[in-house]
Design a protein around this ligand. Structure first.
Ligand code: NAD
Ligand code: ZN
Length: 345
C-alpha cells in the first residue's frame, strides 16, 4: 500500500501528530488531488486545542485541513471535469445535492454537509480525495498560497456581497484574515468609507493596508463614539461582523443606522445577551447569518475579484512552513501576530 504524510488529530486530546497514512482510493464521482499548499484556519486552531466545539464535532482519528489546493492526479468513474493535470482549489463543504436546500440552490446550508478536515479526512497531507464538483479549476499560474486561500476568501466574499456596500459606510468588526479580506472586497465593490475594529494592533495594521479608512482598537479607543463622530452622528449603513466577540457585536449594532444591513460571519462563544429591540426591531435592520460560500456563485465572484486584480491577497500570507513543521505553524497562528499561515506537503 502506498503511504503518504498526514497531520492528524489522533485521539480526543489537544495537539496533532504527523503520521503515515495510506494514499486514499478515489471513489466514483471523486478526484484524487496531490496537495500543493494548505492554509491554517481558526477552526483548525480549535481542533488543535481540542476545545468544547472540537470535542462535540470531531471524531478522531481524522486528517485536518480544509483550505487546500493541488493537482488532479486521478479520477474515479463518471467524472467529466476536472481533467487530470488540472490545478484546483477545493470547496471544503461536500454536499449531498439532493436535500431540499441543495435542490433549491442553497447548497451552503445543505443538511448533509461533510466538511473536509472536520467530518472526514482533510488536506494537511500529501493527497486528498474529494467529490469532483468540489475541485474548482484555477489558472496554472495562480500562486499556490492564493489558490489554497480561496475557500477562506469565499467567506469574506459571501459576507461582503450579502449586503449592498457600494457607496455605503461600512464597519468591519474583527480584522482576522477574513475581516481583512472583507475590507478588500468592500473596497473593490466601491464602499464609500470603511471603519474597522480589532483588539490586535498587528491586525489593525493589516486592515489599514487593506483599505480601512479608520482602524480602531476597542481596548484603547471608544469605537462607538469615534465612528459616530466620523459619520456626523449617523453611524454606518452596513455592518460586517467578523469577530464573534460579544462586545464587538454590540458595538456594531449600536452603530448600525436605521434600515441598515448586517452580515454576520463571526462565530460567538455561545448564547449571549443582545438588545433585540434597539439593535434590530425598531431599527428595521436587515440581518444575514452567513455560513460557508454560496455554491457556486461565491466561487465565480471570488474568481472575478482575484483575476481582475480588484483584490490583492498576497500581503495576507505572512508565514510559510513545511508540513513537518506543523507545530511551529500552529504556534505562529495562535500568536495573533500573523495573517495566513500556509503549509506545504
Ligand atoms: P480570527 O479569529 O483570526 O479573527 C477574529 C478577529 O476578531 C481577531 O483578529 C480578533 O483579534 C478579533 N477580535 C476579538 N475580539 C474583538 C473585539 N472585541 N472587537 C473587535 N475585534 C475583536 O478568525 P477569522 O479566520 O478571521 O474568522 C473570523 C470569524 O469568522 C471567526 O469567528 C470564525 O470562527 C468565523 N468563521 C465563520 C465561518 C462561517 O462559515 N460562518 C467561516 C470561517 C470563519
Ligand atoms: Zn444537501
Amino acid at each position: 500500500m502506498n503511504m503518504m504524510k498526514a497531520v492528524v488529530k489522533p485521539g480526543p486530546q489537544p495537539g496533532l501528530e504527523l503520521t503515515q497514512r495510506p494514499i486514499p482510493e478515489v471513489g466514483p464521482g471523486e478526484v484524487l488531488v496531490k496537495v500543493r499548499a494548505a492554509s491554517i484556519c481558526g477552526t483548525d486552531l480549535h481542533i488543535y486545542n481540542w476545545d468544547a466545539w472540537a470535542q462535540s464535532r470531531i471524531r478522531p482519528p481524522v486528517i485536518v485541513g480544509h483550505e487546500v489546493c493541488g493537482d488532479v492526479v486521478a479520477r474515479g468513474a463518471m467524472v467529466t471535469e476536472p481533467q487530470i493535470g488540472d490545478f484546483v482549489s477545493l470547496e471544503s463543504h461536500v454536499i449531498c445535492n439532493i436535500c431540499q436546500y441543495c435542490r433549491t440552490g442553497r447548497g451552503h446550508i445543505c443538511e448533509n454537509t461533510r466538511l473536509i478536515g472536520v467530518d472526514r479526512d482533510g488536506g494537511f497531507a500529501e493527497y486528498i480525495t474529494i467529490a469532483a464538483q468540489n475541485a474548482w479549476k484555477q489558472p496554472a499560474d495562480l500562486p499556490v498560497e492564493i489558490a489554497a486561500l480561496q475557500e477562506n476568501f469565499g467567506n469574506a466574499v459571501h459576507t461582503a456581497f450579502a449586503a449592498d456596500v457600494t457607496a455605503k459606510k461600512v464597519l468591519v468588526t474583527g480584522c482576522g484574515p477574513v475581516g481583512v479580506m472583507a475590507i478588500m472586497v468592500a473596497k473593490a465593490a466601491g464602499a464609500r468609507v470603511i471603519y474597522a475594529s480589532d483588539v490586535s494592533d498587528y491586525r489593525l495594521n493589516m486592515a489599514r493596508a487593506a483599505g480601512a479608512d479608520l482602524a480602531l482598537n476597542p481596548r484603547r479607543d471608544d469605537v462607538v463614539a469615534m465612528v459616530r463622530q466620523a459619520t456626523d452622528g449617523e453611524g454606518v449603513d452596513v455592518l460586517l461582523e467578523m469577530s464573534g466577540a460579544v462586545t464587538a457585536i454590540d458595538q456594531g449594532f449600536t452603530l448600525l443606522k436605521p434600515g441598515g444591513e448586517a452580515a454576520l460571519l463571526g462565530v460567538s462563544p455561545g448564547p449571549f445577551t443582545f438588545d433585540w429591540n434597539h439593535h434590530i426591531i425598531f431599527k428595521g435592520a436587515r440581518v444575514y447569518g452567513i455560513t460557508g460560500r454560496r455554491l457556486w456563485e461565491t466561487w465565480y465572484q471570488s474568481r472575478g475579484l482575484v483575476r481582475s486584480g480588484a483584490v490583492n491577497l498576497a500581503p495576507l500570507i505572512t508565514h510559510r512552513f513545511k508540513l513537518e513543521e506543523y507545530d511551529k505553524a500552529f504556534e505562529t497562528m495562535a500568536s495573533g501576530q500573523s495573517g495566513k499561515v500556509v503549509l506545504f506537503p
